[in-house]
Ligand binder design. Structure first.
Ligand code: BES
Ligand code: ZN
Length: 584
């Protein structure tokens, strides 16, 4: 037996799945998928085949002729779920599992009509990263294994089903519609994704359209209209785009992330719609994953920085190409600030602050932080400085070409880097980034004229003249940099002069609300309370609930707000907030 991924029952001595044929009927009434999954193996085989499942009710397992196969569903383990072991008779290459999902499936959020923009139709979506695909499909749920798939989703006729795959056709049968998709490129299971709801498309460019509820469609299309320029900038940096289309899906407000890089169909939080394109770095980030993550994939959650650190690096290169060095430097400064926060947060778990983590017995959702993102970014920036940009760009392209459609570990990365850029790892002390806590002293730090101007404004109430050309990113950085002992009167002046409590930019708003509440600026409370009922993005819920829960005055407010709103949040977000409140 060899289990290479601590978060999967996959046994590397058993055959791998090549393709998945998935049929599912979406039942909003019972909040279940009634489904069957046909797995075709790379080669005919005999003996046990272990699949990952979580909260699936298995109805039966049959071979290609419909003959039952013996199987055993083990009792659930807290993080991994239940191992489904099927006994394969000699020569078997294909098996079908009939099952239904549970209403509590960790990858799914079922929304009532009142939780959508239109208010008329229910909505369902999946979010499988890191190890939630197993709550939707029984499979080898490790990014080491890539599958091609075909899917048919049966949904109420009034609704549209979209998938992170290529659309084949839609059939209508009575009150239902069946939408067919196929994913011709092999993908790791965490990239399986779909959504069902009242959705309409609008074209953005030759390779892109945006999907949204009709009520949000125009705004979303305006906000993301620059996507084709982004695609072309990214291709100029990283080589041809391999996924044919780059479509966007505007999610309901309870979506727990800013974005999710589902191939061909990136999922985006509606909080990006600021009216001025000021938050499109998230689109650049998800697009960058088309190379770093979706093409070249971390072998397990222990190497997550290979996905996210590379992607933050690529995101900032795209920003630099499109908007210039000043803009990318501001984002790098925000990133550095987020990294310091995360290091503080994990101060009693320093081992989780090394890039290469050891996560046996640790839930990837609990280990999640900005560290793989921003410390990973710093390591790659340090390597870029040491090698020089042209050599590093060449290195990146060879890395992508070598590992395309594969997964790798940190150890494989360092071996590759040592071969391709001899001496660079030692020069930047990569070992400290990869295996030691904290940030190495020589880590690169962003420099730019606008950053210097901001440093001078730090902690003061800036004049109207000074802020007249500040971008939202500068506002956010200014707010993030406010000293923790800033007097209440500063918050009063800031709000009176600059109406920050009314900001439409969700990043500025949350940075403001957190700082103002920490500073005891009471008028921020009403907006924070309302916002917590509007949005389910964890990046906002965690600091807002955190700041409320850490004050004796507001702790009760935090608890009663959570009671009121918990139902609206995604299960993963709910779990995250619960943890914060339980520790307060
Ligand atoms: N892949 C992540 C989101 C994710 C990570 C989902 C881990 C589940 C488990 C996505 O690419 C991401 O990093 N999103 C960020 C965007 C940002 C860094 C620009 C987010 O959601 O805030
Ligand atoms: Zn990412």
């Amino acid at each position: 037996m060899a289990r290479l991924d601590p978060h999967s029952y996959n046994d590397s001595t058993q055959p791998e799945t090549e393709t998945l044929d998935w049929k599912a009927r979406v039942d909003f009434r019972t909040q279940r998928l009634h489904a069957e999954a046909t797995l075709t193996l790379k080669e005919a085989s005999a003996g046990p085949l272990d699949l990952d499942t979580r909260d699936l009710e298995i109805r039966g397992v049959v071979d290609a002729q419909g003959r039952p196969l013996p199987y055993m569903l083990a009792p659930p383990e807290p993080i991994l779920g239940s191992r489904l072991r099927v006994e394969l008779p000699p020569g078997l290459r294909q098996l079908t599992v009939r099952y239904r999902t549970s209403p509590g499936a960790s990858a799914l959020q079922w929304l009532t009509p009142s939780q959508t923009a239109g208010g008329q139709h229910p909505f369902l979506y999946s979010q499988c990263q890191a190890i939630h695909a197993r709550s939707v499909v029984p499979l080898q749920d490790t990014p080491r294994i890539r599958i091609r798939y075909r899917a048919a989703l049966r949904v109420p006729k009034a609704l549209k089903a979209v998938m992170a795959a290529s659309f084949v056709h839609r059939e209508e049968h009575g009150v239902e519609a069946e939408e067919h998709y196929e994913m011709p490129q092999p993908v790791p299971p965490y990239l399986l994704a779909f959504a069902v709801g009242s959705l309409a498309p609008k074209e953005l460019g030759p390779r892109s359209r945006v999907w949204a509820e009709p009520e949000l469609l125009e705004e979303a299309a305006d906000e993301f209209s620059g996507v084709d320029d982004m695609l072309r900038a990214a291709e100029a940096l990283f080589g041809p785009y391999d996924w044919e289309r780059f479509d966007l899906l505007t999610m309901p407000p309870s979506f727990p992330y800013g974005g999710m890089e589902n191939p061909r169909l990136t999922f985006l939080t509606p909080t990006l719609i600021a009216g001025d394109k000021s938050l499109v770095n998230v689109v650049a980030h998800e697009l960058a994953h088309s190379w770093t993550g979706n093409l070249v994939t971390n072998a397990s959650a222990e190497h997550f920085w290979l996905n996210e650190g590379f992607t933050v690096f690529a995101e900032r290169r795209i920003l630099e190409a499109l908007a210039g060095h000043e803009v990318s430097a501001l984002h790098a400064a925000l990133g550095r600030r987020a990294l310091e926060e995360a290091l503080h947060h994990f101060r009693s778990h320093p081992n989780l602050t090394a890039l290469r983590t050891h996560l046996s017995g640790v839930d990837p959702d609990e280990a999640f932080s900005q560290i793989p993102y921003e410390k990973g970014y710093l390591l790659l920036r340090a390597m870029e400085d040491a090698a020089g940009r042209p050599a590093f760009d060449e290195f990146l392209r060879r890395y992508l070409a070598t590992y395309r459609f594969r997964a790798l570990t940190t150890e494989e990365f360092t071996a590759f880097a040592e071969r391709e850029l001899p001496g660079v790892l030692a020069k930047v002390d990569a070992d400290a980034y990869l295996h030691k806590p904290g940030v190495p002293p020589g880590a690169p730090s962003p420099r730019s004229a606008r950053l210097e101007a901001l440093v001078r404004a730090r902690g003061t109430v800036p004049s109207a003249d000074l802020v007249k050309d500040w971008t939202p990113t500068e506002w956010q950085l200014y707010l993030e940099w406010l000293p923790s002992d800033t007097p209440r009167d500063v918050f009063r002046q800031l709000d009176e002069r600059f109406s920050l409590t009314k900001s439409r930019n969700s990043e500025v708003l949350v940075s403001w609300l957190v700082a103002a509440l920490r500073g005891g600026w009471e008028p921020a409370l009403g907006r924070a309370e309302a916002f917590l009922g509007e949005v389910g993005r964890m990046k906002y819920l965690k600091p807002l609930y955190g700041v409320l829960a850490s004050s004796r005055e507001y702790r009760g407010v935090a608890r009663s707000l959570f009671k009121k709103y918990a139902e609206r949040y995604h299960p993963i977000a709910r779990q995250g907030v619960e943890l914060i409140l339980s520790r307060a």
